[in-house]
Design a protein around this ligand. Structure first.
Ligand SMILES: Cc1ncc(COP(=O)(O)O)c(C=O)c1O
Length: 385
């Protein structure tokens, strides 16, 4: 097939073969424990399911949602941003419902990048950044996230030439996959950097609510000057175990919200209004429901980290996200380690290289199974050492 330059430049997905291997093992009766994708085995809040069932019967919701979406969802989002972060936003000008945050992340470069324009992207990182930049003809400038820099992009390492060409900087804290969190001073530095170089700051906040031991991640919009150039992406997927419902939102700079809305109006027609109504119900039960869900992840984290340490992996307790980012201790590539984990022990983990070359040397465990299954999986991984 004669594909275009952007498509041809997309990186290969190193896990393509692992799905087939997993299915083969399961057919042979192997008890596979899948800790690959960030898709927990937990249920959405009951009030959300109730609202969805009711909303499906409200025939007015069967119409096209378009980009305006459901006003009660926009208002609930604005209310939540105020309650949670103390950030005041206009529900019509500074908020935009999305079909999952990935959709909004992926559509932004369509409006901002000319052929050859650059975007600064954390490596390893969520692959929608590099994918959408590449598909729109942009130039992804991968900046390594390294342990010695606390997995923060070292802004001083970005050359002047890169800074001049960059139109977007992607940031994601709490971070997938490294689980790193960013101090306030880093947010301030990034905002100052973007202001200085005329760069749009796209902050991916998919894990804003999954944080432990009392840690409360902040919104980039809490910081002075952010509304001049920042857009922040939020998701219902992880906070409420609603990955399949496909609902999220963008919030931030009025012009960015407006251009993203325009791009979307040519490419999609918005999420089913009943799902949007259920999203408003999720935000309504946030205070009562989310802490219990986070406690479940925290217990899973504690168990898995303890077991990993017991069997000889070098890992400490992360402060946020539903992942563990573990150095591969055997000297083999992360892909080889993950393949061996699956083929010989029936455990699916994500090789760090699946999220960019900068992820080499690590593998990711998703805390998506109960504590006893995580403990069992770690025992098996221990046998690989
Ligand atoms: C860092 C990050 N951003 C965004 C997303 C996408 O979430 P959504 O389900 O809202 O599209 C994910 C999903 O894994 C993620 O890890």
């Amino acid at each position: 097939m004669d594909t275009n330059r952007g498509f041809s430049a997309l990186p290969d997905f190193p896990l393509a073969d692992m799905v087939r291997v997993q299915k083969n093992l399961e057919r042979k009766g192997v008890d596979v424990i899948n800790l690959g994708a960030g898709d927990a085995d937990l249920d959405p809040p009951p009030p959300v399911i109730d609202r969805m069932c009711q909303a499906v019967g409200e025939t007015a919701y069967s119409r096209y949602p378009f980009q305006a979406g459901l006003s009660s969802l926009r208002e609930a989002i604005a209310e939540w941003m105020k309650d949670r972060f103390g950030v005041i936003v206009d529900p019509w000008k500074e908020v935009l419902p999305l079909i999952g945050s990935k959709e909004g992340i992926a559509h932004l470069p369509f409006a901002l990048l000319n052929d050859g324009d650059a975007a600064i992207i954390p490596d390893p990182g969520y692959q929608a950044y590099v994918g959408s930049v590449t598909l729109t003809g942009g130039d992804p400038l991968l900046m390594p996230l390294r342990a010695e820099n606390d997995f923060l992009i070292p802004l001083s390492d970005i050359s002047g030439e890169v800074a001049n060409r960059a139109k977007i900087l992607y940031m994601n804290y709490p971070n997938n996959p490294t689980t790193a969190v960013a101090p306030d001073s880093y947010f301030e530095q990034v905002i100052a950097y973007c202001a200085r170089h005329g760069v749009v700051l796209a902050h991916d906040h998919a894990y804003s609510e999954i944080a432990f031991d009392g840690y409360r991640p902040r919104s980039v919009l809490e910081f002075e000057g952010a509304k001049d150039m920042a857009i922040e992406y939020h998701s219902f997927s992880k906070t409420y175990n609603m990955t399949g419902w496909r609902l999220g939102w963008a919030v931030g700079n009025t012009d960015l919200i407006s251009i993203l809305s325009k791009v979307k109006s040519f490419l999609d027609t918005g999420q089913f209004l009943a799902v949007q109504a259920a999203g408003a119900a999720a935000l309504d039960c946030w205070k009562e429901w989310v802490p219990g869900n986070v406690t479940t992840f925290q217990k899973r984290r504690n168990t898995a980290v303890q077991e990993l340490q017991n069997v000889g992996f070098d890992i400490s307790l992360p402060r946020a996200t539903m992942y563990l980012w573990v150095p591969v201790p055997t000297g083999e590539s992360s892909e080889d380690f993950a393949a061996r984990a699956l083929e010989t022990e029936g455990v699916v983990v994500l090789p760090g290289s699946a999220l960019g070359r900068g992820g080499e040397g690590f593998f990711r465990i998703a805390l998506t199974r109960p504590e006893d299954r995580l403990a069992e999986a770690v025992q098996r991984l221990g046998r690989l050492l």
